[in-house]
Design a protein around this ligand. Structure first.
Ligand code: F6R
Length: 606
């Protein structure tokens, strides 16, 4: 969704800001803008459309050694030139870029209008520029604090003021902001992707924190203007992580990177001697872990489906009751927060507003939450009491692949850890570890079926509507398969438990509606095959994703076989071919695989 970039130093700011905005494109946006400050005052260029169009339209004279830029995902007001950020005050001396939502913007707009201020856009953000400009405080910091004291809502923001040409003031409340530290130049961004080309030394602002950024450094302070003392840390990502690296699409690159990503998630965490997983970041000593009576997993979209897989892993290995729930629904049902429940928030970006708000609801009520998060230092990771970083590496394509696979591994590690402080035997613990160690190579083996999968996807793409079905551990796999397929191919793909077909959806099966069925070799294989006969009898085309030793008998079906692991971990492998089916179907249909319509990589609004 929205993105912020800023630069101050010895170089011309605009190209650096625009380059940074380009790196944030993957998050999804519909307009972009940049403001620079030079001797002649503020200059602003902004318009609906892509960053490259903005770059092409930039006036020739657009110099200035400090600048801020923004990619906007429309919330308040349409995606127009006027609504694009930065927003200026009436005199054109203050420029503001803002991520988040100002809840009391309506009231503030009315007040400003009553005071004779003419607001030119429909956005909530514009009020901020007027409030900063109208403050009588003597410093820019004082003016920003005065404006923020009138605001209710969430923000990550950056402010330029023509009267203070040596600084950018930034603030954070509920929307990420990161300062990048260079040599006599400084950067700011809402996402590491925009910074890592220039520096790996970063400072994450906390909620309620502001910073003054000059060419030579930064100072951080609270919203009551007390100094905070932040040290820069080195991030372990590099600029190349955000390049497609010769691949046609980021999604393809990220699918192919899964064996290495899986290895990183597991590295240093498996302990054969005791048949367990070491998860120091959980901050859960064995006595705490033993006192847990239930596990509740919260995530959104695909992260929720992986959460369902995680719940079954936890139940299987630790015999603790576990379930997953969409984080977006959780806090609205006034949930009972139990002291002996372990809450687990799962998120790739660590910035999904629905998941973050669920975490805050739990911690506010005294519950204990741990996070399974990919992005280090992200809002969800910081809001949790502990957690497991996934180490998938940056994920750029909107459709999540490698991050989801590493989430499943994170759940397997958590399940093993909880199991071994409870009743899981050392032999079973070692059996799971042995399975985990085999996974990266088995994933690589599946990826070799790329060509065959492309051919199957090509056929599936011809259908307007598809079913994905699976049972028990296979059902979350089917849900994720349908999700991936629909979000990038725009075909209607619906997931059902195989056992539920006869209770309704069978009415829709026909020669035009194919079914992708998850049929591993397990205790339900025969029942699964029984249901497939019902589909076949109604002429429904079948694609069976399972194991080579599943005997389909007389059934006519296209087979996709994956290697067998231990039954608890098989779902992780069964998910991999479904990613490639979705990818190739989207390619066949000529869609933008990495940036599907209407979707954003990181959904930072409720
Ligand atoms: C699907 C997808 C989304 C995300 C969801 C949660 O491919 O990417 O459904 O899984 O928006 O995002 P995170 O994991 O960043 O919280």
């Amino acid at each position: 969704m929205c993105g912020i970039v800023g630069y101050i130093g010895g170089q011309t700011a605009a190209p650096i800001v625009l380059e940074g905005l380009g790196k944030l494109e993957y998050r999804g946006y519909d307009s972009a803008g940049v403001a620079v400050l030079a001797a002649g005052g503020l200059k602003v260029a902004k318009q609906a459309g892509r960053v490259r169009d903005l770059e092409a339209a930039l006036p020739k004279r657009f110099a200035g050694k400090l600048g801020i830029g923004h990619t906007r995902w429309a919330t308040h007001g349409a995606a127009t030139d006027v609504n694009a950020h930065p927003h200026l005050d009436a005199e054109g001396r203050v420029a503001v870029v803002h991520n988040g939502i100002i809840d009391n913007a309506g009231t503030l707009r009315e007040k400003l209008t009553a005071d004779g201020v003419e607001l030119v856009s429909e956005t909530d953000t514009e009020v901020l520029s007027h409030l900063v400009a109208r403050s009588e405080a003597e410093t820019l910091e004082g003016k920003v604090l005065a404006a923020l004291s009138q605001i209710e809502g969430t923000f990550g923001l950056a402010v330029l003021h023509a009267d203070f040409p040596d600084r950018i003031v930034v603030a954070r409340n509920g929307s990420p902001l990161i300062i990048g530290v260079g040599e006599h130049e400084m950067y700011v961004a809402s996402d590491l992707a925009a910074l890592v080309r220039y520096t790996r030394q970063v400072v994450h602002l906390d909620d309620g924190e502001l910073a003054t950024i000059t060419a030579n450094g930064f100072t951080t302070f609270t919203d009551t203007h007390e100094r905070t003392h932040k040290q820069a840390t080195t991030v372990d990502v590099v600029a190349e992580d955000y390049d497609a690296g010769g691949h046609e699409h980021f999604m393809r690159k990220e699918i192919l990177e899964q064996p290495q990503a899986a290895e990183r998630t597991l590295r240093g965490r498996l302990d054969e001697r005791f048949g367990t997983a070491h998860l120091g970041g959980l901050n859960l000593d064995p006595r705490d872990a033993r006192s847990i009576r239930r596990v509740k997993i919260l995530g959104c979209g695909s992260a929720y489906y992986v959460g369902q897989l995680g719940a079954s892993l936890i139940e299987d290995l630790s015999r603790l009751p576990a379930d997953a729930e969409p984080a977006s629904e959780f806090r609205y049902r006034n949930p009972v927060i139990e002291p002996d429940t372990l809450y687990v928030a799962v998120s790739q970006s660590g910035e999904t507003a629905d998941t973050l708000l669920a975490v805050q609801e739990i911690t506010r009520k005294g519950g204990r939450v741990v996070g399974l998060v990919n992005v280090v230092g992200s809002s969800i990771a910081r809001a949790c009491d502990g957690g497991i970083y996934l180490h998938a590496g940056p994920e750029v394509a909107v459709a999540s692949t490698k991050a989801l696979t590493t989430m499943s591994l994170g759940f397997a590690l958590l399940a093993l850890h909880l199991g071994r402080v409870r009743d899981l035997s050392i032999a079973d613990g070692r059996r799971i570890i042995e399975g985990l160690r085999r996974l990266p190579d088995q994933i690589a083996e599946i990826l070799e079926q790329d060509e065959a999968l492309a051919e199957i996807a090509h056929r599936l793409a011809a259908s307007e509507s598809l079913f994905f079905v699976g049972r028990v551990r296979g059902f979350p796999v089917a849900r994720e398969g349908a999700q991936k397929f629909k979000e990038i191919s725009y075909r209607h793909a619906e997931a059902y438990p195989t056992s539920e077909l006869k209770h309704g959806p069978l009415a829709l099966i026909s020669a035009e509606v194919p079914t992708v069925a998850i049929v591993p070799h397990d205790e339900l294989t025969d029942r699964n095959i029984g249901a497939l006969h019902e589909i076949s009898a109604r002429k429904g085309p079948l694609v069976v994703v399972g194991h080579a030793d599943v005997d389909l008998g007389e059934l006519s079906a296209t087979r996709i076989d994956v290697p067998r692991n231990v039954p608890e971990l098989d779902p992780i492998l069964l998910t991999i071919p479904l990613q490639l089916l979705a990818y190739h179907a989207a390619l066949t249909l000529g869609h933008d695989v990495d940036k599907p319509r209407n979707l954003a990589k990181s959904v930072t609004v409720e």
